[in-house]
Design a protein around this ligand. Sequence first.
Ligand SMILES: Nc1ncnc2c1ncn2[C@@H]1O[C@H](COP(=O)(O)OP(=O)(O)OP(=O)(O)O)[C@@H](O)[C@H]1O
Ligand SMILES: O=c1[nH]c(=O)c2[nH+]cn([C@@H]3O[C@H](COP(=O)(O)O)[C@@H](O)[C@H]3O)c2[nH]1
Ligand SMILES: NC(=O)CC[C@H](N)C(=O)O
Ligand SMILES: [Mg+2]
Length: 518
Amino acid sequence: MTTHPDTVLIIDFGSQVTQLIARRVREAGVYCEIVPFQSAAEGFRRIRPKAVILSGSPHSTVDIGSPRAPDEVFSSGIPVLGICYGEQTMCAQLGGKVEAGHHREFGRAFLEIDDDCELFDGIWAKGTRHQVWMSHGDRVTAIPAGFKIVGTSTGAPFAAIADEARKFYAVQFHPEVVHTPDGAKLLSNFVHRIAGLSRGWTMAAYREQAVEAIRKQVGKGKVICALSGGVDSSVAALLIHEAVGDQLTCILVDHGLMRKDEAQSVVAMFRQHYNLPLILVDASDRFISALEGEADPEKKRKTIGRLFIEVFEEEAKKLGGADFLAQGTLYPDVIESVSFSGGPSVTIKSHHNVGGLPERMNMKLVEPLRELFKDEVRALGKELGLPESFIGRHPFPGPGLAIRCPGGITREKLEILREADAIYLDEIRKAGLYDAIWQAFAVLLPVQTVGVMGDGRTYEFVCALRAVTSVDGMTADFYHYDMAFLGAAATRIINEVKGINRVVYDVTSKPPGTIEWE
Ligand SMILES: Nc1ncnc2c1ncn2[C@@H]1O[C@H](COP(=O)(O)OP(=O)(O)OP(=O)(O)O)[C@@H](O)[C@H]1O
Ligand SMILES: O=c1[nH]c(=O)c2[nH+]cn([C@@H]3O[C@H](COP(=O)(O)O)[C@@H](O)[C@H]3O)c2[nH]1
Ligand SMILES: NC(=O)CC[C@H](N)C(=O)O
Ligand SMILES: [Mg+2]
C-alpha cells in the first residue's frame, strides 16, 4: 500500500456511517484511512496521521469494556475530532463525564451556536440555529478541563465542544450525513483550517503514486489481469499498463454469458485506444456445456468460479507462468473484510471473484484500487482517458446471464435473453435514462404463457425487466419508470424477440429482494 504524507486516520467504533466520514474527507481533497478500533494503536503508528477522527458507535462508554481511542491519539499533539460516540469517549478519556440513556435524540435536531469556533468558519455564526442530524441515547454531562461549549441542542447541552489550545473538537451530531446540510463543510474546516492539510488527494496525484508503487512491487515480474470490461478491472489494467507496460497481459474470458457483442466491443475498445496486450479466450462452449440443464443458482455460480480458475491457469501456463495477479478490489471490499461489525454472516450468494486464484497459482496480488471508492475509480478512469461509455457503465456480474436465466440453462434461452436484454438497454439509452439508473437488465423466466400474435396462438417465455437505483448495490429501490416507457420497451421485445410473448416489470426493492434474481 502506498503511504501518503497528509493522512487523516478515522477510528471506527462500529458506526453505520463511518464510510461516509471517509467519503467527506476525501471529497475535501484529503487522503484518509479507516481502521477498526481494535487495531487503532497499530494503525496510528503505521499511518502516522496528521489528524484523527473518532467515529460513532452502537456501544455505550458507560459499559465496562466499551471501546476507547488509543492514548497516543491524545498525547501526540495532533488535532482530533470526535463524532457522537467519538465525543463521548473523548470526554470519558480526558476527564469529562457521560451518562446513559436519558435524552435520546434520533433524527433531525437543531444546534444553537453559542460561540465562534473554527469548525464553523464560513457556515455558522454565533447566535444562529441550524439543522443537524442526531442519533444518540447517551449524553455528555461534564466536559474535560480545557474545553468550552460552542453549540447546544435540546437533548445535548454539549452538542459541540472545543479545546482550541489542544485542537480537540467534538460534536454530538453527525456532520458526515446529508441530513446535516453543512456537515461536509464542517469536516472540510477540520481537515483544512484546523489540521492545515492541503488538497493533495486528487486522482492525478494518485495516478502518479500508484504507478510508482506498482513499479516497485512488480519489478521485472509478469502480471496477468482478469479483464471483464467493467470499470474496476478496466481502470486497474490501464494503471498497471502505464506502470509496467508489456509485463502485463490482460485476459478476457468470453464465457458465453456476456451481453450481446460485449466481448468484441471490450476488445475493440482496448485495441483501439490502448496498446495493451489482451487475450480474448473463447471459452463459451466449455462454460455452457458445464452449465447446460443446471437450475440451482449456487451450483451455477460455483461452476462458473471453478471454470474461471481453470481457464486462467491454462492461460498463465501458455504465457510461461505469471508472478502477479491484478484485481480491481475497491476500498469498501477491504473495509468490509475487516469490518468491526462484520461478524459471521450468512452467505446469500457466492459471489464469484478471482480471489481463489493467487493461492492455487502461486501468484501475488496487485490491487492498485484498494484505497479507492467507486466514484474515485471513475474519476481515475477519466484521468487515464478511459472513454465515457466505459466509465459510466452499469455493473455487470461475473457469472453474467447465467444468473438471469432462472431454471435450467440452455443455449436457446441464453440467446433469447441476450436479444431481449439488448433491446431493453437500447430503449433505456434512447430515452436518456441510462445514467439515472444504477443497473438495468432483463431476466428470462422459466415460464411459458399463452398469447395471440398475428391471429395465431403462441406459447412462449415471460421476460422480466429490472432496473434499480442504488449508491453501492447494498440496498436498492426499483426504478420508477413512466408506464409509457415500459409499454414501448415491452412491445419492442415481444415484436422483435422470437420466444418471448409477455413482459413484466420487477417492483421489488433490496431488501427484501436482491438486485439479481439468483
Ligand atoms: N468475463 C471475464 N473475464 C475476465 N475476468 C472477469 C470476467 N468477469 C469478471 N472478471 C473478473 O472478476 C472481477 C469481479 O467482477 P466485477 O463485476 O465485480 O468487477 P468489474 O467487472 O471490473 O466492474 P463492475 O463491478 O463495474 O462490473 C473483475 O474485476 C474481473 O477481474
Ligand atoms: O462480480 C460479481 N459477481 C457475482 O457473483 C455477483 N452477483 C451479484 N453481483 C452484482 O452485485 C450487485 C448486488 O447484487 P445482489 O443484490 O444480487 O447481491 C449487483 O450489481 C450484481 O450485479 C455480482 N457481481
Ligand atoms: N451514534 C452514536 O455514536 C451513538 C453513541 C452511543 N451508542 C449513544 O447512543 O449515545
Ligand atoms: Mg463486472
